[in-house]
Design a protein around this ligand. Structure first.
Ligand code: GDP
Ligand code: MG
Length: 166
């Protein structure tokens, strides 16, 4: 089984930390360059029964100019072509404009979207439950998975769940 996974989310939610953990430092850092117009492979994770290709998806912010509009369209199309979209959010941060913009962008897309709630090591379980509730109605997420990319909590479960969709 193999598939393409796009990790999207506001800056600093932990996308690179996650990739570093599952793929290895070198590759994720190598490709963690600022905005480029083309989607690029950030890393490939080969497991016993699967291969997951993680791709970077630039241009997830409100377009301010023509190139921005072009990138926005490229990104929107990319999100239709991948097998899974992982929307990563920070459990410490309330739903903001950036998240709402991303959710609007996903509207009408039939690709399964996972809400990955990162940095659970920083929040109390009650807070986490509240946080998840605030997101639940915003989009028909196929899965909502809390993790700590830094400490590794529940990351294996996330990978196994991704695998089950491929
Ligand atoms: P990106 O901009 O989405 O790629 O975010 P980064 O991976 O660069 O992470 C931004 C900051 O959040 C860094 O200082 C990370 O160490 C920190 N971070 C990422 N994941 C976690 C986590 O699960 N728990 C905690 N406490 N910090 C995290
Ligand atoms: Mg990053």
């Amino acid at each position: 089984k193999s598939g393409f996974i796009s990790i999207i989310g506001r800056p600093n939610v932990g996308k690179s930390t996650f990739l570093n953990r599952v793929i290895g430092q070198k590759i994720a850092i190598m490709s963690d360059k600022p905005q480029t117009t083309r989607n690029k492979i950030q890393g490939v994770l080969t497991r016993t029964n699967s291969q997951m290709v993680f791709i970077d998806t630039p241009g997830i912010h409100k377009p301010k100019h023509k190139l921005g509009e072009f990138m926005f369209k490229v990104t929107k199309n990319t999100l239709r072509e991948v097998d899974i979209v992982m929307l990563m959010v920070n459990a410490e941060q309330e739903l903001g404009k950036g998240d709402e913009f991303i959710l609007e962008m996903l509207e009408g897309n039939s690709t399964p979207v996972f809400l990955v709630v990162n940095k659970i090591d920083k929040v109390h379980p009650d807070e986490l439950a509240k946080f998840i509730n605030s997101f639940k109605d915003k989009y028909p997420f196929k899965e909502i998975i809390p993790i700590s990319a830094l400490e590794g909590n529940n990351v294996e479960n996330l990978l196994a769940t991704i695998e089950s969709y491929l």
